[in-house]
Design a protein around this ligand. Structure first.
Ligand code: NAD
Length: 506
C-alpha cells in the first residue's frame, strides 16, 4: 500500500529513495549507451531528480534493431504456439499488477499526474495485456472452399516482423500497453522508445518482461531523443512496421522519413475534440463531463474535450455552470490524495499552453477563468475557460494540450455537426441530449474515431480506438488489434491435374 500523503515528507530528499537508475534493454541484457551518455529526469511537480537513464544513440538503436531482427528471423517467438505466447503475456499482466504501486509512483513522479490516476492507468494497462493474451490464441486466417473442385485457398496471417514502437509522455504506460502486447500476441518482435521525459515505467516494464520469460531480443527498450533514436527507428530498413503515438507534426515527419523503406505505419495523433451540448441534455452530467473532459490529466490528453459546443438557448447558463465547477477543481501535488489535477509535464509544454491562451486573448476570446501559471513551486497551470470563441480563431482549431477549454455556440443540429467537423482532426467527440434521434443522427455524422453519447472519456480493451483525418492512421485495441501487426498471405492450392496454358493446335 502507498503510505498516505504527508506534505511534510512527500518528495523530501531525506525520506525519498535515490533516483531510479534505468539502462537500455538490448538482446535480453541491460546495458549502458555505447558513448556512455546519460539523461536525467526531474519531477515537474517538485523539481527533484527522480531518474537517471543511459541515453541511447544511433549505434545503440542499430544494435537493438539488429537484436529484434535476429529474434524474429531465428525465432523462437514468431513460431511459438499462440497458447504459449498468451501464457507469457498473462505473466506480464500479473507482474504489472504485482508492481503497480511502484509503477504508479514512477508515472506520477515523471509525468506529474495524481497518484490515484496513475494507479488506475497501470491497472487498466494490465487489463490490456490480459486482453492481448486472449487474442494471441484467437488469431487465425481464413479458408475458401468455394472456388471450384480444383481449388482450395488459405489466407494466412503472419506476424509482420520487427515493430518500432514510439510513445508520448502523457500516458506512458497505458500507451505502450496499447501497442506492445498486441504486437507480441501476433508473434512480432519490437524496439520500444518511450518519450525521453517519461521513460521510467517503460524501462520497469522491461524488468517485468524478462521476469515473465520473454526471450532475449524479442523486446528491446531504448531511452533516447526522438530526433536521434526515433529517427533511426523510423528510417531503418529492418523495422517492418512503425507504431507511433504523438503529435501530428512528428507523425507527418515519420511518414515522410519512413517512405524510403515503405514500412507499414500506424499513427495515433492529436485531437481537438468537441463535446456537443444540446439544450435538452442531462444538465448536471454534461457540466461535469465538460469539466472532467478538459481538466483530466491537466488537459494533456489526445482525447481531451477541448471544445464545448453549446446550443444558443442555454449557452450563457452552461458557461456559468462550467466556470463555477472549474473553480472547484483541485490542482496540486500528485501525491496529495485530494488532488484532481497535477503538474504540467514539461516547462516547454507550459509555455506552449500559455502562448495559446495569449493568442486566443489577442484574437478576441474572453479569458473567463484562469489563464496563468499558478504561483507556487512546480509546473502548475490554472484551470482555464475561454468564452466567446469563434470557429475562425486558431484556439478553436489547434490542439493546446493543456487545461484550456474553448466554449463555442451553435443553433441547429446541422450547425453543430458542421462546427464539430470544422478542424483537421477527427479523434473523438461527445453528444449530450436526452433525445435519442438527436444523439444518433449527430453520432453518425460526426467524423471521429470515437463518439461518446451522454458520457465522455470511457474506454474498453474491446473497442477500437483511433482517428479520422490528421488524428491518425489505423486503429488500436478491439478484436483486430493483433491482426494489425500481421501480413496477409494467400496460399492457393490446386488439386489434381492442371490444364496446360499451351494447348498445341488440333
Ligand atoms: P511528440 O510527437 O513530440 O513525441 C512523441 C514521441 O515521438 C516521443 O517519444 C518523441 O521522442 C518521439 N519523436 C520526436 N521527434 C521524433 C522524430 N523526429 N522521429 C521519431 N520520433 C520522434 O509528442 P508528445 O509531445 O510526446 O505527445 C503529445 C502529442 O501526442 C499530442 O499531440 C497528443 O495529441 C498526441 N497523443 C495522441 C494519442 C492518440 O492516441 N491519438 C495519445 C496520446 C498522445
Amino acid at each position: 500500500m502507498t503510505p498516505p500523503y504527508d506534505p511534510r515528507t512527500a518528495m523530501n530528499p531525506q525520506t525519498n529513495p535515490p533516483p531510479y537508475q534505468g539502462r537500455l534493454l538490448i538482446d535480453g541484457q541491460w546495458c549502458d549507451a555505447a558513448d556512455a551518455r546519460r539523461l536525467e529526469r526531474r519531477s515537474p511537480a517538485h523539481g527533484q531528480l527522480v531518474a537517471v537513464y543511459a541515453e541511447a544513440g544511433v549505434p545503440d538503436a542499430q544494435r537493438a534493431i539488429g537484436a529484434a531482427r535476429q529474434a524474429f528471423d531465428k525465432g523462437p517467438w514468431p513460431l511459438l504456439k499462440g497458447a504459449e505466447r498468451a501464457r507469457i503475456l498473462r505473466h506480464v499482466a500479473d507482474g504489472i499488477l504485482a508492481r503497480r504501486h511502484a509503477l504508479a509512483r514512477m508515472e506520477s513522479l515523471e509525468n506529474g499526474k495524481p497518484l490515484a490516476q496513475s494507479l488506475a492507468e497501470i491497472e487498466g494497462a494490465a487489463d490490456l495485456w490480459q486482453y492481448a493474451a486472449s487474442l494471441a490464441r484467437n488469431l487465425h486466417g481464413d479458408s475458401y472452399n468455394t472456388l471450384g473442385a480444383a481449388t482450395l485457398a488459405l489466407v494466412l496471417r503472419e506476424p509482420i516482423g520487427v515493430v518500432g514502437i514510439i510513445t508520448p509522455w502523457n500516458f506512458p504506460f497505458l500507451i505502450v500497453s496499447q501497442k506492445l502486447p498486441f504486437a507480441l500476441a501476433a508473434g512480432c518482435t519490437a524496439v520500444v522508445k518511450p518519450a525521453e521525459v517519461t521513460s521510467g515505467t517503460t524501462v520497469m516494464l522491461g524488468e517485468i518482461l524478462l521476469e515473465a520469460g520473454i526471450p532475449a531480443g524479442v523486446v528491446n527498450i531504448l531511452v533516447g531523443q526522438g530526433a536521434v533514436v526515433g529517427e533511426a527507428m523510423v528510417s531503418h530498413p529492418d523495422v517492418d512496421m512503425l507504431s507511433f503515438t504523438g503529435s501530428t507534426a512528428v507523425g507527418k515527419q515519420a511518414v515522410a522519413r519512413s517512405a524510403a523503406t515503405l514500412k507499414k505505419v500506424a499513427l495515433e495523433l492529436g485531437g481537438k475534440n468537441p463535446q456537443i451540448v444540446f439544450a435538452d441534455c442531462d444538465w448536471e452530467a454534461a457540466v461535469d463531463a465538460a469539466v472532467y473532459g478538459i481538466f483530466f490529466n491537466a488537459g494533456q490528453c489526445c482525447n481531451s474535450g477541448s471544445r464545448i459546443l453549446v446550443q444558443d438557448a442555454v449557452a450563457d447558463k452552461f458557461a456559468e455552470a462550467v466556470i463555477a465547477r472549474s473553480r472547484q477543481v483541485r490542482v496540486g501535488d500528485p501525491f496529495d490524495e485530494r488532488t484532481q489535477v497535477g503538474a504540467i509535464t514539461t516547462e516547454r509544454q507550459l509555455h506552449t499552453i500559455l502562448a495559446h491562451v495569449e493568442g486566443a486573448r489577442q484574437a478576441g476570446a474572453t479569458v473567463a477563468l484562469g489563464g496563468a501559471r499558478l504561483d507556487r513551486p512546480g509546473l502548475y497551470m490554472e484551470p482555464t475557460v475561454l468564452t466567446g470563441v469563434t470557429r475562425d480563431m486558431a484556439i478553436a482549431r489547434q490542439e493546446v494540450f493543456g487545461p484550456v477549454l474553448s466554449m463555442l455556440r451553435f443553433g441547429t443540429l446541422d450547425e453543430a455537426v458542421d462546427l464539430a467537423n470544422s478542424t483537421l482532426y477527427g479523434l473523438s467527440a461527445a453528444v449530450w441530449s436526452q433525445d435519442i434521434n438527436t444523439c444518433i443522427t449527430a453520432a453518425r455524422r460526426i467524423e471521429a474515431g470515437t463518439v461518446w453519447v451522454n458520457t465522455f472519456l470511457e474506454g474498453h480493451a474491446e473497442l477500437p480506438f483511433g482517428g479520422y483525418r490528421e488524428s491518425g492512421i489505423g486503429r488500436e485495441l478491439g478484436r483486430f488489434a493483433a491482426e494489425d501487426y500481421t501480413e496477409t498471405k494467400t496460399v492457393h492450392l490446386h488439386l489434381g491435374a492442371r490444364t496446360d496454358w499451351y494447348l498445341p493446335p488440333a
